[in-house]
Ligand binder design. Structure first.
Ligand code: FDA
Length: 569
Protein backbone atom coordinates (compact mmCIF):
# COMPACT_ATOMS: atom_id res chain seq x y z
CA UNK A 1 0.00 0.00 0.00
CA UNK A 2 1.21 3.52 -0.57
CA UNK A 3 2.12 5.34 2.57
CA UNK A 4 0.69 8.84 2.72
CA UNK A 5 3.11 11.57 3.75
CA UNK A 6 2.20 15.15 4.60
CA UNK A 7 4.23 18.15 5.63
CA UNK A 8 2.19 18.58 8.81
CA UNK A 9 0.04 16.08 10.64
CA UNK A 10 -2.40 17.61 13.10
CA UNK A 11 -3.97 15.43 15.76
CA UNK A 12 -7.49 16.68 16.54
CA UNK A 13 -9.74 18.62 14.19
CA UNK A 14 -11.21 20.75 16.97
CA UNK A 15 -11.18 24.38 18.02
CA UNK A 16 -7.43 24.92 17.81
CA UNK A 17 -6.51 22.21 15.30
CA UNK A 18 -8.68 23.57 12.51
CA UNK A 19 -7.21 27.07 12.85
CA UNK A 20 -3.68 25.75 12.39
CA UNK A 21 -4.76 23.41 9.57
CA UNK A 22 -6.41 26.31 7.79
CA UNK A 23 -3.48 28.71 8.11
CA UNK A 24 -0.79 26.20 7.12
CA UNK A 25 -2.77 25.03 4.08
CA UNK A 26 -3.15 28.61 2.82
CA UNK A 27 0.11 27.85 1.02
CA UNK A 28 -0.88 25.35 -1.63
CA UNK A 29 2.58 23.80 -1.70
CA UNK A 30 2.16 22.67 1.89
CA UNK A 31 0.25 19.49 2.64
CA UNK A 32 -1.67 19.11 5.86
CA UNK A 33 -3.50 16.12 7.31
CA UNK A 34 -5.91 16.41 10.22
CA UNK A 35 -6.73 13.29 12.22
CA UNK A 36 -10.12 13.52 13.87
CA UNK A 37 -11.88 10.85 15.90
CA UNK A 38 -15.31 12.34 15.23
CA UNK A 39 -17.28 13.14 12.10
CA UNK A 40 -19.15 16.03 10.49
CA UNK A 41 -21.84 17.72 12.60
CA UNK A 42 -22.56 20.36 9.97
CA UNK A 43 -26.29 19.75 10.00
CA UNK A 44 -26.69 18.25 13.46
CA UNK A 45 -29.49 20.29 15.10
CA UNK A 46 -28.03 19.63 18.56
CA UNK A 47 -25.06 21.67 17.33
CA UNK A 48 -26.58 24.33 15.13
CA UNK A 49 -29.52 25.43 17.33
CA UNK A 50 -28.46 28.56 19.23
CA UNK A 51 -30.79 27.68 22.07
CA UNK A 52 -29.77 24.04 22.11
CA UNK A 53 -27.10 24.16 24.80
CA UNK A 54 -26.87 20.77 26.48
CA UNK A 55 -28.70 18.80 23.80
CA UNK A 56 -25.49 17.25 22.50
CA UNK A 57 -24.48 16.10 25.99
CA UNK A 58 -24.40 12.34 26.30
CA UNK A 59 -24.79 11.82 22.54
CA UNK A 60 -22.15 10.23 20.34
CA UNK A 61 -20.46 13.59 19.74
CA UNK A 62 -19.66 14.04 23.44
CA UNK A 63 -16.55 12.29 24.77
CA UNK A 64 -18.10 12.55 28.27
CA UNK A 65 -14.86 11.64 30.00
CA UNK A 66 -15.48 10.51 33.60
CA UNK A 67 -13.08 12.03 36.13
CA UNK A 68 -11.52 10.14 39.00
CA UNK A 69 -13.49 10.30 42.27
CA UNK A 70 -13.05 13.84 43.62
CA UNK A 71 -11.77 13.23 47.12
CA UNK A 72 -12.03 16.86 48.27
CA UNK A 73 -15.54 17.16 46.89
CA UNK A 74 -17.43 14.32 48.51
CA UNK A 75 -15.88 11.49 46.50
CA UNK A 76 -18.11 11.55 43.41
CA UNK A 77 -17.01 11.59 39.80
CA UNK A 78 -17.70 14.38 37.37
CA UNK A 79 -18.37 14.11 33.64
CA UNK A 80 -15.89 16.19 31.68
CA UNK A 81 -17.64 17.01 28.43
CA UNK A 82 -15.73 17.58 25.20
CA UNK A 83 -16.79 17.53 21.57
CA UNK A 84 -15.96 14.59 19.31
CA UNK A 85 -16.57 16.07 15.89
CA UNK A 86 -15.05 18.20 13.16
CA UNK A 87 -14.95 21.41 15.19
CA UNK A 88 -14.27 19.69 18.52
CA UNK A 89 -15.66 21.21 21.68
CA UNK A 90 -16.68 24.40 19.89
CA UNK A 91 -19.60 22.36 18.50
CA UNK A 92 -21.14 21.65 21.91
CA UNK A 93 -20.06 24.55 24.10
CA UNK A 94 -22.03 27.48 25.51
CA UNK A 95 -20.83 29.80 22.70
CA UNK A 96 -19.88 32.72 24.97
CA UNK A 97 -17.13 34.77 23.36
CA UNK A 98 -15.03 36.50 26.04
CA UNK A 99 -11.26 36.87 25.94
CA UNK A 100 -9.22 37.44 29.10
CA UNK A 101 -8.16 40.30 31.33
CA UNK A 102 -5.14 42.00 29.72
CA UNK A 103 -2.85 41.50 32.73
CA UNK A 104 -3.51 37.76 32.70
CA UNK A 105 -1.90 37.40 29.30
CA UNK A 106 0.89 39.77 30.38
CA UNK A 107 1.58 37.32 33.22
CA UNK A 108 2.49 34.67 30.66
CA UNK A 109 5.42 36.81 29.61
CA UNK A 110 6.38 37.77 33.16
CA UNK A 111 7.03 34.12 34.00
CA UNK A 112 9.28 33.68 31.00
CA UNK A 113 7.22 33.11 27.85
CA UNK A 114 8.87 35.59 25.53
CA UNK A 115 6.54 37.48 23.25
CA UNK A 116 3.29 36.51 24.98
CA UNK A 117 1.45 39.51 26.35
CA UNK A 118 -1.90 41.18 25.78
CA UNK A 119 -0.49 43.58 23.24
CA UNK A 120 1.09 40.85 21.13
CA UNK A 121 -1.92 38.53 21.35
CA UNK A 122 -4.48 41.26 20.63
CA UNK A 123 -3.87 41.31 16.82
CA UNK A 124 -4.59 37.58 16.81
CA UNK A 125 -7.85 37.97 18.70
CA UNK A 126 -8.93 40.38 15.99
CA UNK A 127 -7.40 38.35 13.16
CA UNK A 128 -9.57 35.38 14.06
CA UNK A 129 -12.75 37.42 14.41
CA UNK A 130 -15.51 38.46 12.04
CA UNK A 131 -17.44 40.77 14.34
CA UNK A 132 -21.05 41.27 13.32
CA UNK A 133 -22.30 44.72 14.25
CA UNK A 134 -25.45 44.34 16.36
CA UNK A 135 -28.74 45.51 14.90
CA UNK A 136 -30.76 48.33 16.47
CA UNK A 137 -33.01 45.74 17.99
CA UNK A 138 -30.06 43.90 19.56
CA UNK A 139 -28.59 47.18 20.81
CA UNK A 140 -31.92 48.06 22.42
CA UNK A 141 -31.66 44.77 24.32
CA UNK A 142 -28.17 45.42 25.64
CA UNK A 143 -25.67 44.50 22.90
CA UNK A 144 -22.85 47.03 23.00
CA UNK A 145 -19.29 47.29 21.72
CA UNK A 146 -16.24 49.38 20.92
CA UNK A 147 -15.35 48.62 17.34
CA UNK A 148 -11.62 49.14 18.02
CA UNK A 149 -11.66 45.96 20.12
CA UNK A 150 -12.88 43.84 17.24
CA UNK A 151 -11.81 42.37 13.95
CA UNK A 152 -14.26 42.44 11.09
CA UNK A 153 -12.38 40.38 8.51
CA UNK A 154 -11.51 37.17 10.32
CA UNK A 155 -12.97 33.70 10.00
CA UNK A 156 -14.98 33.38 13.20
CA UNK A 157 -18.37 35.05 13.29
CA UNK A 158 -18.89 36.75 16.64
CA UNK A 159 -22.07 38.58 17.54
CA UNK A 160 -25.38 38.28 19.31
CA UNK A 161 -28.16 35.77 18.79
CA UNK A 162 -30.94 37.28 16.70
CA UNK A 163 -33.34 37.58 19.61
CA UNK A 164 -31.83 38.71 22.92
CA UNK A 165 -33.92 38.60 26.13
CA UNK A 166 -36.61 41.30 26.55
CA UNK A 167 -35.40 44.87 26.27
CA UNK A 168 -36.63 45.81 29.72
CA UNK A 169 -34.04 43.71 31.51
CA UNK A 170 -30.71 45.48 31.13
CA UNK A 171 -31.64 48.80 32.82
CA UNK A 172 -33.00 46.87 35.79
CA UNK A 173 -29.88 44.76 36.09
CA UNK A 174 -27.75 47.84 35.77
CA UNK A 175 -29.57 49.64 38.59
CA UNK A 176 -29.30 46.56 40.78
CA UNK A 177 -25.64 45.78 40.29
CA UNK A 178 -24.66 49.44 40.55
CA UNK A 179 -25.92 49.37 44.11
CA UNK A 180 -23.52 46.48 44.74
CA UNK A 181 -20.66 48.48 43.28
CA UNK A 182 -20.49 46.58 39.97
CA UNK A 183 -20.65 48.95 37.00
CA UNK A 184 -21.83 48.27 33.45
CA UNK A 185 -19.08 47.19 31.06
CA UNK A 186 -19.96 48.09 27.49
CA UNK A 187 -17.52 45.64 25.93
CA UNK A 188 -15.93 42.77 27.82
CA UNK A 189 -13.45 42.00 25.02
CA UNK A 190 -11.00 44.88 25.36
CA UNK A 191 -8.97 43.37 28.17
CA UNK A 192 -11.05 44.86 30.99
CA UNK A 193 -13.61 42.31 32.01
CA UNK A 194 -15.02 43.52 35.32
CA UNK A 195 -18.68 44.53 35.39
CA UNK A 196 -22.14 43.66 34.15
CA UNK A 197 -22.04 42.93 30.45
CA UNK A 198 -24.00 41.55 27.51
CA UNK A 199 -21.32 39.35 25.98
CA UNK A 200 -21.28 38.29 22.34
CA UNK A 201 -21.38 34.66 21.29
CA UNK A 202 -19.79 32.58 18.58
CA UNK A 203 -22.91 32.73 16.47
CA UNK A 204 -23.82 33.48 12.89
CA UNK A 205 -26.19 36.36 13.62
CA UNK A 206 -27.77 36.31 10.18
CA UNK A 207 -28.49 32.60 9.97
CA UNK A 208 -28.97 32.44 13.75
CA UNK A 209 -26.95 29.25 14.05
CA UNK A 210 -23.91 28.27 16.10
CA UNK A 211 -20.58 29.36 14.67
CA UNK A 212 -18.08 26.60 15.45
CA UNK A 213 -14.47 26.05 14.44
CA UNK A 214 -15.52 23.94 11.46
CA UNK A 215 -17.90 26.56 10.05
CA UNK A 216 -15.24 29.21 10.57
CA UNK A 217 -12.05 27.44 9.55
CA UNK A 218 -12.85 24.22 7.71
CA UNK A 219 -16.04 23.94 5.68
CA UNK A 220 -15.38 26.92 3.40
CA UNK A 221 -11.91 25.45 2.69
CA UNK A 222 -12.72 21.75 2.46
CA UNK A 223 -11.90 21.63 -1.25
CA UNK A 224 -8.26 22.60 -0.82
CA UNK A 225 -6.43 19.67 -2.39
CA UNK A 226 -3.52 20.09 0.05
CA UNK A 227 -5.77 19.80 3.14
CA UNK A 228 -6.96 16.33 4.07
CA UNK A 229 -9.10 15.48 7.06
CA UNK A 230 -9.28 11.87 8.17
CA UNK A 231 -12.51 11.50 10.12
CA UNK A 232 -13.56 8.62 12.36
CA UNK A 233 -9.84 8.11 12.80
CA UNK A 234 -8.28 7.79 16.22
CA UNK A 235 -4.68 8.84 16.87
CA UNK A 236 -2.86 6.34 19.05
CA UNK A 237 0.59 7.84 19.42
CA UNK A 238 3.50 9.62 17.81
CA UNK A 239 5.99 7.51 15.86
CA UNK A 240 9.62 8.59 16.24
CA UNK A 241 12.61 8.24 13.98
CA UNK A 242 15.16 5.67 15.09
CA UNK A 243 18.09 8.03 15.05
CA UNK A 244 19.64 8.83 18.37
CA UNK A 245 20.05 12.57 17.99
CA UNK A 246 19.65 14.50 21.18
CA UNK A 247 16.22 15.78 20.17
CA UNK A 248 13.43 13.31 19.53
CA UNK A 249 12.21 13.52 15.93
CA UNK A 250 8.64 12.60 15.05
CA UNK A 251 8.06 10.94 11.70
CA UNK A 252 4.32 10.45 11.95
CA UNK A 253 1.29 9.39 13.93
CA UNK A 254 -0.08 5.90 14.39
CA UNK A 255 -3.81 5.93 13.78
CA UNK A 256 -6.66 3.46 13.95
CA UNK A 257 -9.86 3.45 11.94
CA UNK A 258 -12.15 0.98 10.23
CA UNK A 259 -9.34 0.11 7.82
CA UNK A 260 -7.06 -0.91 10.67
CA UNK A 261 -3.89 0.56 12.14
CA UNK A 262 -1.51 2.61 10.01
CA UNK A 263 0.99 5.45 10.27
CA UNK A 264 0.30 8.86 8.75
CA UNK A 265 3.72 10.31 8.03
CA UNK A 266 4.80 13.89 8.61
CA UNK A 267 7.87 15.32 6.89
CA UNK A 268 7.92 18.52 8.95
CA UNK A 269 5.90 18.39 12.18
CA UNK A 270 3.37 16.58 14.28
CA UNK A 271 1.00 19.05 15.95
CA UNK A 272 -1.16 17.96 18.87
CA UNK A 273 -4.57 19.63 19.15
CA UNK A 274 -6.55 16.90 20.89
CA UNK A 275 -7.58 19.10 23.84
CA UNK A 276 -6.37 19.46 27.43
CA UNK A 277 -7.41 15.92 28.38
CA UNK A 278 -6.09 14.02 25.38
CA UNK A 279 -2.96 15.84 24.24
CA UNK A 280 -0.99 15.06 27.44
CA UNK A 281 -2.20 11.46 27.26
CA UNK A 282 -0.97 11.15 23.67
CA UNK A 283 2.41 12.53 24.77
CA UNK A 284 2.63 9.90 27.50
CA UNK A 285 1.59 7.10 25.15
CA UNK A 286 4.37 8.31 22.86
CA UNK A 287 7.01 8.19 25.60
CA UNK A 288 7.05 11.87 26.58
CA UNK A 289 6.36 12.38 30.25
CA UNK A 290 7.18 11.28 33.75
CA UNK A 291 9.40 8.15 33.63
CA UNK A 292 7.77 6.80 36.81
CA UNK A 293 4.39 6.81 35.10
CA UNK A 294 5.57 5.58 31.70
CA UNK A 295 7.47 2.63 33.18
CA UNK A 296 4.31 1.38 34.88
CA UNK A 297 2.90 0.72 31.43
CA UNK A 298 6.13 -0.48 29.80
CA UNK A 299 6.38 2.61 27.62
CA UNK A 300 9.92 3.48 26.57
CA UNK A 301 10.92 6.94 27.77
CA UNK A 302 11.68 9.10 24.76
CA UNK A 303 11.73 12.48 26.52
CA UNK A 304 11.77 12.92 30.28
CA UNK A 305 9.34 15.75 31.12
CA UNK A 306 7.75 14.86 34.44
CA UNK A 307 5.19 17.69 34.31
CA UNK A 308 3.32 16.33 31.28
CA UNK A 309 -0.30 16.12 32.46
CA UNK A 310 0.28 18.15 35.65
CA UNK A 311 -0.97 21.68 36.36
CA UNK A 312 -4.57 20.84 35.39
CA UNK A 313 -6.80 23.80 36.24
CA UNK A 314 -10.55 23.82 35.88
CA UNK A 315 -13.32 25.72 37.64
CA UNK A 316 -16.41 24.57 39.53
CA UNK A 317 -19.87 25.63 38.43
CA UNK A 318 -22.96 25.87 40.58
CA UNK A 319 -26.48 27.22 40.27
CA UNK A 320 -29.23 29.10 42.08
CA UNK A 321 -32.76 29.19 40.70
CA UNK A 322 -35.60 31.64 41.16
CA UNK A 323 -39.17 31.70 40.04
CA UNK A 324 -39.64 34.44 37.51
CA UNK A 325 -42.47 36.93 37.83
CA UNK A 326 -41.99 38.17 34.28
CA UNK A 327 -41.98 36.01 31.19
CA UNK A 328 -38.65 35.99 29.39
CA UNK A 329 -38.24 35.30 25.69
CA UNK A 330 -35.08 35.21 23.65
CA UNK A 331 -31.48 34.15 24.32
CA UNK A 332 -29.89 35.47 27.53
CA UNK A 333 -26.45 37.08 27.13
CA UNK A 334 -25.91 38.84 30.47
CA UNK A 335 -23.00 38.05 32.76
CA UNK A 336 -21.76 39.74 35.89
CA UNK A 337 -18.02 39.65 36.55
CA UNK A 338 -17.30 41.18 39.96
CA UNK A 339 -13.76 41.80 41.20
CA UNK A 340 -12.63 40.65 44.65
CA UNK A 341 -13.02 44.21 45.94
CA UNK A 342 -16.58 44.37 44.69
CA UNK A 343 -17.43 40.96 46.05
CA UNK A 344 -15.81 41.22 49.47
CA UNK A 345 -16.04 44.95 50.13
CA UNK A 346 -14.25 45.95 53.31
CA UNK A 347 -13.41 42.32 54.09
CA UNK A 348 -11.18 41.97 51.03
CA UNK A 349 -7.90 42.58 52.83
CA UNK A 350 -8.70 39.82 55.31
CA UNK A 351 -9.40 37.41 52.51
CA UNK A 352 -6.23 38.43 50.67
CA UNK A 353 -4.14 37.99 53.81
CA UNK A 354 -5.69 34.60 54.56
CA UNK A 355 -4.98 33.33 51.07
CA UNK A 356 -1.44 34.69 51.13
CA UNK A 357 -0.72 32.99 54.43
CA UNK A 358 -2.09 29.69 53.09
CA UNK A 359 -0.16 29.55 49.85
CA UNK A 360 2.99 27.89 51.19
CA UNK A 361 0.85 25.06 52.49
CA UNK A 362 -1.12 24.89 49.22
CA UNK A 363 2.16 24.63 47.32
CA UNK A 364 3.27 21.70 49.50
CA UNK A 365 0.00 19.88 48.88
CA UNK A 366 0.21 20.38 45.11
CA UNK A 367 3.82 19.24 44.98
CA UNK A 368 2.99 16.16 47.05
CA UNK A 369 0.13 15.14 44.80
CA UNK A 370 2.05 15.59 41.56
CA UNK A 371 3.90 12.30 41.32
CA UNK A 372 7.05 14.17 42.28
CA UNK A 373 6.82 16.34 39.19
CA UNK A 374 5.88 19.82 40.41
CA UNK A 375 8.33 21.67 42.63
CA UNK A 376 7.02 23.63 45.59
CA UNK A 377 8.94 26.72 44.51
CA UNK A 378 7.46 26.69 41.01
CA UNK A 379 3.89 26.29 42.10
CA UNK A 380 4.33 28.90 44.82
CA UNK A 381 5.48 31.36 42.16
CA UNK A 382 2.38 30.56 40.12
CA UNK A 383 0.21 31.11 43.19
CA UNK A 384 1.87 34.47 43.79
CA UNK A 385 1.07 35.50 40.23
CA UNK A 386 -2.52 34.42 40.80
CA UNK A 387 -2.76 36.26 44.12
CA UNK A 388 -1.52 39.45 42.48
CA UNK A 389 -4.01 39.08 39.64
CA UNK A 390 -6.92 38.64 42.03
CA UNK A 391 -6.06 41.12 44.76
CA UNK A 392 -3.72 43.69 43.17
CA UNK A 393 -4.84 43.81 39.56
CA UNK A 394 -8.44 43.05 40.52
CA UNK A 395 -9.23 40.77 37.61
CA UNK A 396 -12.75 39.34 37.79
CA UNK A 397 -13.14 36.99 40.75
CA UNK A 398 -16.20 35.15 39.51
CA UNK A 399 -18.52 34.91 36.57
CA UNK A 400 -22.24 34.97 37.24
CA UNK A 401 -24.30 34.04 34.20
CA UNK A 402 -27.88 35.29 34.33
CA UNK A 403 -30.39 32.97 32.68
CA UNK A 404 -33.92 34.45 32.60
CA UNK A 405 -35.79 31.89 30.53
CA UNK A 406 -39.58 31.75 30.26
CA UNK A 407 -40.97 31.78 33.81
CA UNK A 408 -37.74 31.05 35.67
CA UNK A 409 -34.65 33.07 36.41
CA UNK A 410 -31.61 30.87 36.95
CA UNK A 411 -28.04 31.73 37.70
CA UNK A 412 -24.94 29.72 36.92
CA UNK A 413 -21.72 30.86 38.48
CA UNK A 414 -18.11 29.91 38.97
CA UNK A 415 -15.19 31.42 40.85
CA UNK A 416 -12.67 32.08 38.09
CA UNK A 417 -9.31 31.33 39.64
CA UNK A 418 -9.34 28.38 42.05
CA UNK A 419 -6.05 27.29 43.61
CA UNK A 420 -6.64 23.56 43.11
CA UNK A 421 -4.19 21.90 40.75
CA UNK A 422 -4.84 18.46 39.36
CA UNK A 423 -3.53 16.19 36.66
CA UNK A 424 -4.34 13.92 33.73
CA UNK A 425 -2.36 10.74 33.21
CA UNK A 426 -2.76 7.56 31.26
CA UNK A 427 -3.84 4.56 33.26
CA UNK A 428 -3.15 2.00 30.57
CA UNK A 429 -0.88 1.57 27.57
CA UNK A 430 -4.05 1.10 25.52
CA UNK A 431 -4.65 4.41 23.71
CA UNK A 432 -8.39 3.87 23.61
CA UNK A 433 -8.61 3.90 27.44
CA UNK A 434 -9.75 7.18 28.99
CA UNK A 435 -6.94 8.71 31.03
CA UNK A 436 -7.25 9.33 34.76
CA UNK A 437 -8.57 12.88 35.02
CA UNK A 438 -8.19 14.35 38.46
CA UNK A 439 -8.94 18.08 38.75
CA UNK A 440 -8.80 17.94 42.58
CA UNK A 441 -11.88 20.14 42.86
CA UNK A 442 -12.01 21.96 46.23
CA UNK A 443 -8.50 20.87 47.12
CA UNK A 444 -8.22 24.02 49.24
CA UNK A 445 -10.61 25.65 51.66
CA UNK A 446 -10.29 28.89 49.71
CA UNK A 447 -11.82 27.24 46.64
CA UNK A 448 -14.80 26.11 48.69
CA UNK A 449 -15.11 29.47 50.47
CA UNK A 450 -15.12 31.28 47.13
CA UNK A 451 -17.98 29.11 45.92
CA UNK A 452 -20.02 29.97 49.04
CA UNK A 453 -19.10 33.67 49.04
CA UNK A 454 -20.22 34.11 45.43
CA UNK A 455 -23.51 32.30 46.17
CA UNK A 456 -24.17 34.75 49.01
CA UNK A 457 -23.36 37.68 46.74
CA UNK A 458 -25.89 36.37 44.23
CA UNK A 459 -28.53 36.15 46.94
CA UNK A 460 -27.76 39.72 47.91
CA UNK A 461 -28.19 40.84 44.31
CA UNK A 462 -31.50 39.02 43.97
CA UNK A 463 -32.80 40.61 47.14
CA UNK A 464 -31.88 44.07 45.86
CA UNK A 465 -34.42 46.05 43.86
CA UNK A 466 -35.29 46.26 41.05
CA UNK A 467 -34.00 42.72 40.39
CA UNK A 468 -35.83 41.51 43.48
CA UNK A 469 -39.12 42.67 41.96
CA UNK A 470 -38.59 40.42 38.95
CA UNK A 471 -38.36 37.16 40.87
CA UNK A 472 -40.43 35.11 43.25
CA UNK A 473 -39.07 32.40 45.49
CA UNK A 474 -35.62 30.92 45.24
CA UNK A 475 -36.55 27.31 44.56
CA UNK A 476 -33.03 25.85 44.48
CA UNK A 477 -31.33 25.48 46.85
CA UNK A 478 -34.12 27.46 48.60
CA UNK A 479 -33.89 29.55 51.74
CA UNK A 480 -35.61 26.84 53.79
CA UNK A 481 -33.06 24.22 52.81
CA UNK A 482 -30.08 26.49 53.05
CA UNK A 483 -30.66 29.67 55.06
CA UNK A 484 -28.13 32.45 54.63
CA UNK A 485 -26.91 31.97 58.17
CA UNK A 486 -26.59 28.17 57.83
CA UNK A 487 -23.34 26.89 59.32
CA UNK A 488 -20.36 26.65 56.98
CA UNK A 489 -20.61 22.86 57.00
CA UNK A 490 -24.10 23.02 55.47
CA UNK A 491 -23.00 25.46 52.81
CA UNK A 492 -20.04 23.26 52.00
CA UNK A 493 -22.23 20.18 51.74
CA UNK A 494 -24.53 22.00 49.35
CA UNK A 495 -21.61 23.08 47.18
CA UNK A 496 -20.13 19.60 47.05
CA UNK A 497 -23.38 17.87 46.24
CA UNK A 498 -24.49 20.34 43.56
CA UNK A 499 -21.38 21.52 41.74
CA UNK A 500 -20.26 20.41 38.33
CA UNK A 501 -17.08 20.96 36.39
CA UNK A 502 -17.09 24.16 34.39
CA UNK A 503 -15.55 22.30 31.43
CA UNK A 504 -12.60 24.70 31.23
CA UNK A 505 -9.58 22.42 31.69
CA UNK A 506 -6.24 24.04 30.86
CA UNK A 507 -2.55 23.74 31.71
CA UNK A 508 -1.76 20.05 31.16
CA UNK A 509 1.06 20.83 28.72
CA UNK A 510 1.87 24.28 30.06
CA UNK A 511 3.82 26.85 28.13
CA UNK A 512 6.53 27.75 30.65
CA UNK A 513 10.32 27.67 30.79
CA UNK A 514 11.40 24.07 31.23
CA UNK A 515 12.96 24.74 34.61
CA UNK A 516 9.66 26.15 35.79
CA UNK A 517 7.84 22.96 34.93
CA UNK A 518 6.91 23.79 31.35
CA UNK A 519 6.08 21.17 28.75
CA UNK A 520 6.19 23.46 25.72
CA UNK A 521 8.35 26.46 24.87
CA UNK A 522 7.10 29.87 23.85
CA UNK A 523 6.76 28.57 20.27
CA UNK A 524 4.63 25.75 21.71
CA UNK A 525 7.27 23.16 20.83
CA UNK A 526 7.51 20.21 23.22
CA UNK A 527 10.84 20.38 25.02
CA UNK A 528 13.30 17.70 23.97
CA UNK A 529 11.62 17.21 20.61
CA UNK A 530 12.67 18.56 17.26
CA UNK A 531 9.27 18.82 15.66
CA UNK A 532 6.30 18.25 17.97
CA UNK A 533 4.02 21.04 19.10
CA UNK A 534 0.92 21.31 21.26
CA UNK A 535 -1.45 24.11 20.24
CA UNK A 536 -4.66 23.55 22.24
CA UNK A 537 -6.03 24.48 25.68
CA UNK A 538 -3.31 22.35 27.30
CA UNK A 539 -0.69 25.03 26.75
CA UNK A 540 -2.48 27.81 28.66
CA UNK A 541 -0.30 28.02 31.75
CA UNK A 542 -2.70 29.91 34.04
CA UNK A 543 -6.47 29.82 33.93
CA UNK A 544 -8.01 32.91 32.31
CA UNK A 545 -11.15 34.82 33.28
CA UNK A 546 -12.72 34.58 29.84
CA UNK A 547 -14.42 31.53 28.43
CA UNK A 548 -11.71 29.64 26.65
CA UNK A 549 -12.35 29.57 22.93
CA UNK A 550 -11.60 33.25 22.24
CA UNK A 551 -8.12 32.79 23.72
CA UNK A 552 -7.61 29.38 22.09
CA UNK A 553 -8.42 30.77 18.64
CA UNK A 554 -5.97 33.65 19.18
CA UNK A 555 -3.20 31.34 20.44
CA UNK A 556 -3.71 29.05 17.44
CA UNK A 557 -3.53 32.00 15.07
CA UNK A 558 -0.32 33.20 16.71
CA UNK A 559 1.41 29.83 16.62
CA UNK A 560 0.37 29.37 12.99
CA UNK A 561 2.38 32.48 12.16
CA UNK A 562 5.33 31.17 14.18
CA UNK A 563 5.25 27.88 12.26
CA UNK A 564 4.99 29.68 8.92
CA UNK A 565 7.97 31.85 9.85
CA UNK A 566 9.98 28.85 10.94
CA UNK A 567 9.54 27.13 7.55
CA UNK A 568 9.31 30.34 5.51
CA UNK A 569 5.96 29.25 4.08
P1 FDA B 1 -11.20 20.60 21.26
O1 FDA B 1 -11.89 19.71 22.23
O2 FDA B 1 -11.98 21.64 20.60
O3 FDA B 1 -10.53 19.72 20.11
C1 FDA B 1 -9.95 18.47 20.33
C2 FDA B 1 -10.29 17.57 19.15
O4 FDA B 1 -9.44 16.43 19.18
C3 FDA B 1 -11.71 17.05 19.17
O5 FDA B 1 -12.31 17.26 17.90
C4 FDA B 1 -11.56 15.57 19.49
O6 FDA B 1 -12.57 14.76 18.92
C5 FDA B 1 -10.21 15.27 18.90
N1 FDA B 1 -9.51 14.14 19.52
C6 FDA B 1 -9.26 13.93 20.83
N2 FDA B 1 -8.54 12.81 21.00
C7 FDA B 1 -8.30 12.33 19.75
C8 FDA B 1 -7.57 11.21 19.26
N3 FDA B 1 -6.92 10.37 20.07
N4 FDA B 1 -7.53 11.00 17.91
C9 FDA B 1 -8.17 11.86 17.06
N5 FDA B 1 -8.86 12.94 17.48
C10 FDA B 1 -8.91 13.17 18.81
N6 FDA B 1 -15.69 28.08 25.80
C11 FDA B 1 -16.13 29.29 25.38
O7 FDA B 1 -15.35 30.06 24.85
N7 FDA B 1 -17.43 29.66 25.57
C12 FDA B 1 -18.33 28.84 26.17
O8 FDA B 1 -19.48 29.22 26.35
C13 FDA B 1 -17.89 27.55 26.58
N8 FDA B 1 -18.75 26.68 27.16
C14 FDA B 1 -18.40 25.36 27.26
C15 FDA B 1 -19.38 24.40 27.55
C16 FDA B 1 -19.05 23.04 27.53
C17 FDA B 1 -20.10 22.01 27.80
C18 FDA B 1 -17.72 22.64 27.26
C19 FDA B 1 -17.35 21.19 27.24
C20 FDA B 1 -16.74 23.60 27.02
C21 FDA B 1 -17.07 24.95 27.01
N9 FDA B 1 -16.13 25.93 26.69
C22 FDA B 1 -16.56 27.18 26.36
C23 FDA B 1 -14.70 25.57 26.55
C24 FDA B 1 -14.20 25.47 25.12
O9 FDA B 1 -15.22 25.06 24.24
C25 FDA B 1 -13.01 24.51 25.03
O10 FDA B 1 -12.06 24.89 26.00
C26 FDA B 1 -12.33 24.53 23.66
O11 FDA B 1 -13.26 24.32 22.64
C27 FDA B 1 -11.22 23.51 23.60
O12 FDA B 1 -10.51 23.62 22.38
P2 FDA B 1 -9.29 22.65 22.06
O13 FDA B 1 -8.79 23.00 20.72
O14 FDA B 1 -8.35 22.68 23.20
O15 FDA B 1 -9.93 21.18 22.06
Amino acid sequence: ANTPIYDFVIVGGGTSGLVVANRLSENKDITVAVIEAGDSVFSNPNVTNVNGYGRAFGTNIDWAYPTEPQIYAGGGRQIMRAGKAIGGTSTINGMAYTRAQDVQIDAWEQVGNDGWNWKSLFPYFTKSEEFQIPTRNQISRGADYYITYHGENGNLKVGWPSLITNRTLLPLLDQTFNQLGVPFNRDVNGGRMVGLTSHPDTVDSTENIREDAARAYYWPYQNRSNLKILTNTFANKIIWSNDTRSEATAVGVEVKNSRGVQTIYASKEVILAAGAVKSPAILELSGVGNPDILRKYNITVKVNIPTVGENLQDQTNNGINYQGLEFWLGSPTFSVLPSANQLYGSNVSNVAAYVKSSMTEYAKVVANSSNGAVSEANILEAFQVQHDLIFKSQVPYAEIVLLPILDSFSVEYWPLLPFARGNVHIKSADPSATPAINPNFFQFSQDLDAQVDVAKFIRKAFSTNPLNDLVGDEFAPGLDNLPNDAPASEWNDWVKSNYRTNYHPVGTASMLPREKGGVVSSTLKVYGTKNVRVVDASIIPFQVCGHLTATIYAVAEKVSDAIKNRYRI
